[in-house]
Design a protein around this ligand. Structure first.
Ligand SMILES: Cc1cc2nc3c(=O)[nH]c(=O)nc-3n(C[C@H](O)[C@H](O)[C@H](O)COP(=O)(O)OP(=O)(O)OC[C@H]3O[C@@H](n4cnc5c(N)ncnc54)[C@H](O)[C@@H]3O)c2cc1C
Length: 414
């Protein structure tokens, strides 16, 4: 299989990014926009990664993450392709006392739903066209080396790439993280997420539904209509041992289960895409930097998809690392400078841990079985429903607006 090799002859670039997933490609583009060059290496075949069926997920992209996509030049390929989320409706097992988050009229949407495949195509196309980015995929890595002088990665093809900093964007099972001896705290949830897309009879009106069952959360997320048919994405958590049985159901039987779980709110349902399952787990790296190495995205942290924040959290890493490296370059510091990595680690550690713990706690609270637990939860939801400042806080979180935001997330260049 032919490998896409760098556009420039030079094997020397500022940064070497391992992993060309959504995070690795965004990182390369954000750096390139500020004149910082990179190699991006991935062992997967890009054609396969962009084929229908490779990743059937749809991601909730917060307003701030979208502002960064616009700032790095993806607006032309993404404009109009996301489905706005105008309201989030949260319910405990469809019992009375639901919570709804509706922004004020001029506050804009809470986010947009994008098919991962579209995001990948847009990022890959932009990275491939950029002079400051060399893509190497699919290719395996034979050797990696980090020293005081710089970093080097030898590919299985025999060529050696050089740079000043290694960025691990390898996803959950980051080999580079392990090789660096960075420990992770991790655990598995007893759940698998069943992911897919459905057509439904009634319009979703841009509402994202989050219904908590004792078996786990069930999200129905608005997508753009297709061929005049109303469409939503589903992320349905089921006990790990039950998930395979759901996948074996006929489409008709599965849709009947879905209609029941949704309380019939969207009317008759039909499958719009094949189903897939993802085992759900949590991991958090004890440190996100080492000598001439940084971790971004799922290499650094992985959370429960309950609040649709995993990718957004990784995009915040990208924005913060870009700002740190660009500021450093202006001061004459090279990208592997220990002070810069320290600033990145300080900036990201608090935010990632806070979001990770909040999503884990939310998941645990809603997994407690029994009527009493449900009554307590609904009492709490009632309190939030009648307290606008608390609701505003949660909506700011959904939009990704809280905390010390890097400039790119405000849509500004660094
Ligand atoms: C069911 C589910 C629903 C989700 N929904 C949302 C949502 O709505 N919103 C949201 O924000 N997040 C969501 N997430 C989380 C989100 O999908 C992840 O956080 C995100 O995809 C992580 O991207 P990444 O680029 O860090 O890692 P990955 O997508 O795992 O990419 C890693 C890349 O690195 C490559 N690679 C790995 N190791 C090597 C190596 N040694 N050499 C070369 N290449 C390598 C891989 O081939 C891959 O291309 C969801 C997650 C799940 C499971």
């Amino acid at each position: 299989m032919p490998t896409i090799q760098g556009k420039m002859q030079s094997q020397n670039r500022d940064i070497i990014i391992i992993g060309g997933g959504l995070i690795g490609l965004t990182q390369a583009l954000a750096l390139a926009m500020h004149g910082i060059s990179s190699h991006v290496i991935d062992r997967a075949d890009p054609e396969a990664m962009m084929a229908a069926g490779f990743d059937g997920r749809t991601s909730a992209i917060s307003s701030t993450s979208y502002a960064m996509f616009q700032a790095i030049g993806l607006d032309k390929t993404l404009e109009g392709k996301g489905c706005p989320i105008a309201q989030i409706w949260v319910s405990d097992q469809l019992k009375p006392g639901a919570l709804d988050f509706v922004p004020e009229e001029d506050d804009g949407f809470l986010g947009q739903m994008f098919e991962n495949r579209l995001l990948r195509q847009s990022l890959y196309g932009a990275a491939k066209a950029h002079q400051l980015i060399s893509l190497h995929m699919p290719v395996d890595i034979a050797e990696k080396h980090r020293s005081d002088a710089g970093v080097a990665v030898t590919l299985s093809s025999g060529s050696t790439l050089q740079g000043q900093l290694l960025v691990a964007a390898e996803g959950r099972r980051s080999i580079t993280r392990e090789e660096a001896g960075i420990r992770t705290v991790s655990w598995q949830y007893d759940h698998s997420a069943i992911v897919g897309a459905i057509f439904h009879e009634r319009p979703h009106n841009n509402v994202a539904y989050e219904i908590f069952y004792e078996t786990g959360p069930f999200a129905v997320l608005p997508m753009l209509d297709l061929d005049g048919r109303h469409r939503s994405a589903i992320v349905w958590s089921q006990a790990r041992e039950d998930a395979p049985a759901y996948l074996k159901l006929s489409d008709r039987a599965f849709c009947a289960e879905l209609e029941k779980a949704m309380g019939g709110s969207l009317g008759r349902v039909e499958m719009a895409a094949p189903l897939s399952t993802y085992p759900l787990g949590f991991h958090h790296a004890a440190q996100i930097t080492d000598k001439r190495l940084v971790l971004v995205g799922d290499s650094a942290h992985g959370i429960h998809p309950i609040a649709g924040q995993g990718l957004n959290l990784g995009l915040r890493d990208v924005a913060a690392l870009t700002e740190v490296l660009v500021d450093g370059a202006r001061l004459g510091l090279e990208p592997g400078d220990a002070q810069l990595l320290e600033r990145y680690a300080r900036w990201r550690s608090v935010d990632t841990l806070a979001v990770a713990m909040a999503t884990d706690t939310l998941n645990r609270i809603y997994s407690v079985p029994g009527k009493t637990a449900s009554a307590v939860r609904r009492f709490g939801m009632n309190l939030i429903q009648s307290a606008p400042p608390v609701k505003d806080f949660f909506m700011a979180e959904a939009r990704g607006e809280s905390g010390d935001l890097p400039k790119l997330l405000k849509g500004l260049p660094v």
